[in-house]
Design a protein around this ligand. Structure first.
Ligand code: UD2
Length: 324
């Protein structure tokens, strides 16, 4: 797969989201036709504006909860062979307030799409899992087998992602990428629950002190979006010279963690701002430490992250100055 003139078409659900838009852009650059789906519940039209005139891109404003969606799309695009399923309810606090809707969108809709992928002869189904599938497991680094039905998930978001990952990994075409803390251009700093890096850069560029929840010694594994995209290509079997890795669940992180305080310092350095921090109470339900074991994806596909935190911050700051 991935060579010759008739490249398989790829469905990207959640294409107007932060990661989905980067994935679609990369697939188009590699000459894969892309069918994009989004209902703009958390994605933005502006994220895909530059793709809309691309001859290989076709967009449908639809919801992944619609039964028969994949069936319809394969009829419209007969070469559709790969599904990247990224559309989801992405807010953890929203999931706590709306557990049933979260289960419907993040779990049941995934299982339906997966079944439709199987019955329509798709070759690969790649799912966006999450580090939230580990709950607050203190065993570090977090290894794929640690997440189980016995895991105490901290939110319906984490539980639904775990159940969906399991279902995906159990099929011959499925792979779930358990992504750790992703950052990069197009991550929306606008909501109170946005990723900390987009918020810190936004605050720094606006001359505000960076808000630290708790003592700032909590740690996270931050991974740049381009590295996540390469992991998606790999597990879909789209990296030339490499076969599709076995079905399964794979962590995608850097294998390294940094404290929120050190991250704040790094953001202030990259944005050339003086040190100004505002300590606030710890966020309820926050986990203390998180870092991925990335041995599994490395083992099956030689995958390693390429973009350092510093380089990723530089690129994100540049984007937020120019377009954000
Ligand atoms: C949550 C979700 C994750 C994903 C992510 C979005 C869980 C287990 N994980 O991870 O799936 O949705 O959010 O990026 O629910 N912080 C500050 N100041 C701020 C903002 C954040 O100190 O202004 C801290 C925050 O308390 C936390 C760390 O920075 O300790 C990372 O926060 P985050 O919201 O970026 O991500 P995280 O790990 O809570």
């Amino acid at each position: 797969m991935g060579s010759g003139t008739h490249r398989p078409a790829c469905l990207v659900t959640g294409v107007a989201g932060f990661v989905g838009s980067h994935l679609a852009e990369r697939l188009l650059a590699l000459d894969y036709p892309v069918v994009g789906v989004d209902n703009f519940c958390s994605g933005f039209e502006k994220n895909i504006k530059h793709l809309k005139n691309h001859p290989g891109f076709c967009f449908h404003e639809r919801s992944v909860t619609e039964k028969g969606l994949l069936e319809d799309l394969t009829r419209l695009q007969p070469g559709l062979r790969i599904c990247f399923h990224l559309a989801a309810i992405v807010s953890v606090p929203y999931s706590v307030e709306h557990p049933e809707e979260t289960m419907e969108v993040n779990y049941h809709a995934t299982v339906r799409l997966l079944e439709e992928a199987g019955s329509n002869g798709l070759a690969a189904f790649v799912f966006a899992g999450s580090a939230a599938e580990y709950g607050d497991d203190p065993r570090l680094p977090l290894s794929e087998e640690f997440a189980s039905h016995a895991t105490h998930h901290l939110s319906p978001y984490g539980r639904a992602k775990f159940l969906a990952s399991k279902a995906v990994a159990a099929t011959p075409i499925g792979a779930s990428l358990r992504c750790f803390n992703i950052f990069g251009p197009r991550q929306d700093p606008g909501s109170p629950y946005s990723g900390v890096i987009s918020k810190f850069i936004d605050m720094a560029l606006n001359g505000q002190p960076l808000t630290i929840f708790g003592d700032g010694l909590q740690t996270r594994d931050f991974i740049y979006v381009a590295d996540i995209v390469e992991a998606y290509l790999l597990v879909a079997g789209l990296v030339p010279g490499k076969g599709r890795p076995p079905s399964g669940v794979y962590n995608v992180g850097t294998g390294r963690s940094i404290s929120v305080l050190d991250l704040a310092e790094a953001v202030l350095e990259v944005t050339h701002r003086p040190k100004a921090l505002n300590f606030l109470p710890e966020r309820p339900g926050d986990i203390r430490h998180s870092v991925a074991s990335i041995a599994a994806l490395n083992h099956v596909g030689d995958w390693i992250p390429r973009v350092s935190l510093h380089e990723g911050l530089e690129r994100t700051v540049k984007w937020m100055r120019e377009d954000g």
